[in-house]
Design a protein around this ligand. Structure first.
Ligand code: ATP
Length: 347
């Protein structure tokens, strides 16, 4: 039986982090995470995601003036072992000399919980993570996916106030990552535990997060639901980092964006705008009479449920089109494209 966990809201207030060598890794940032919410911190390597997570965990102390709050408790000065958080790392960080059951029960042993309760709780976690057949196995006898299940079970066994995951699925192959991601998502929702998940993988962020915090060079550049981040990127960095974006140079004339190979009707564009962006799925193949842009197919890729066309001759870079109906096109064919004007972004 899975019980809801007693989880905390997490708040970072004015938190920045300068390392000993003077590197300003983060901030200052303000973040509010509701109890039970799953928030993903997304950004490129070195943007400060891990440092932000480590400040929540108690593995790094923010610079003076910063505060970390779990509900009403100011935990800024508490080390990780006093915060009651579960943490999962990309590298698993399991104990190789202990078996699966002992690994999962480890945090309970450290907290002085007696053998009977410890085993009962560890077995409950094993059941939840479908690890029962492996109870007596050593860690080096497990696959990557099984190891990460053990790490997750160990993190949850202590009934943490929050679960913090740092690139937890990055080391696994694509298919397994997908499966485990779905499992984790279902589990987190059933447990209702506050979760912060750090990743550089935008697909992972989209599928796991109630909200996504996008970071760039130590700063938060946007916070929003996956749909908001994808459909209404707040700046050029987010537009380009999340998903695929086409970029087209041109200029605004009479309410239209004029490019060298056609015009896109766009109301509300800044008259000084010199570039627009749009996603591959915002383009459809159109009749010549009603098209916006014309180009030549340079390559086609069958993706199963849709086909990706790479179209040359429109801007200075190829335009990527993804369409369910693009299957019949061949290289060198002339294609006419229509862009959904509501889905055109300019920054
Ligand atoms: N202990 C440290 N001492 C000095 N600089 C550090 C330390 N840890 C991280 N940094 C620097 O702080 C910045 C942010 O690092 P951080 O690990 O938080 O980024 P990240 O977004 O998690 O990146 P990655 O995905 O590569 O782990 C980087 O410039 C990094 O080099």
């Amino acid at each position: 039986m899975i019980r809801k966990m007693d989880s905390s809201p997490i708040r970072l207030r004015n938190c920045s982090k300068t390392y000993g060598d003077g590197t300003i890794a983060v901030g200052p940032v303000d973040i509010e995470i509701a109890a039970g919410e799953t928030v993903v911190i997304l950004g490129p390597s070195g943007c400060g995601k891990t440092t932000t997570l480590r400040m929540m965990a108690g593995l790094e102390m923010p610079d003076p003036g910063g505060h970390v709050l779990f509900g009403a408790d100011d935990v800024t000065r508490l080390p990780i072992e006093k915060r009651n958080v579960g943490m999962v790392f990309q590298s698993y960080a399991l104990f190789p000399n202990l078996d699966v059951l002992e690994n999962i029960a480890y945090g309970l042993r450290v907290r002085g919980i007696g053998l009977a309760e410890r085993s009962a709780r560890a077995r409950e976690m094993m059941g939840m993570m479908r690890l029962e057949p492996f109870a007596e196995r050593r860690i080096d006898q497990l696959s990557g996916g099984q190891k990460q299940r053990v790490a997750l079970a160990r993190a949850l066994a202590i009934q943490p106030r929050a679960l913090l995951l740092d690139e937890a699925l990055t080391a696994l192959d694509a298919k397994l990552r997908d499966t485990l991601r779905t499992e984790i998502d279902v589990l987190l929702r059933r447990l209702g535990i506050t979760t912060v998940y750090v990743t550089h993988d935008q697909e992972e962020a989209m599928s796991l997060g109630d909200r996504i915090i996008v970071m760039d060079r130590g700063k938060i550049v946007q916070i929003g639901s996956p749909r908001e981040i994808y459909h209404r990127p707040g700046c050029r960095f987010v537009a380009e980092f999340v998903g695929t974006m086409n970029r087209l140079p041109g200029e605004v004339r009479d309410g239209q964006f004029v490019t060298k190979s056609g015009r896109i009707p766009c109301r509300h564009l800044d008259p000084d705008c010199r570039e627009v962006m749009f996603r591959p799925e915002s383009v459809t193949i159109a009749d010549p009479a009603e098209c916006d842009l014309t180009g030549r197919v340079a390559a086609t890729f069958f993706l199963g449920d849709r086909t990706r066309l790479v179209v040359d001759g429109i801007g200075d870079q190829p335009v990527i089109v993804e369409s369910e109906s693009a299957g019949e096109f061949v290289v060198d064919q002339i294609v006419h494209l229509k862009v959904r004007s509501a889905a055109v972004h300019a920054f």
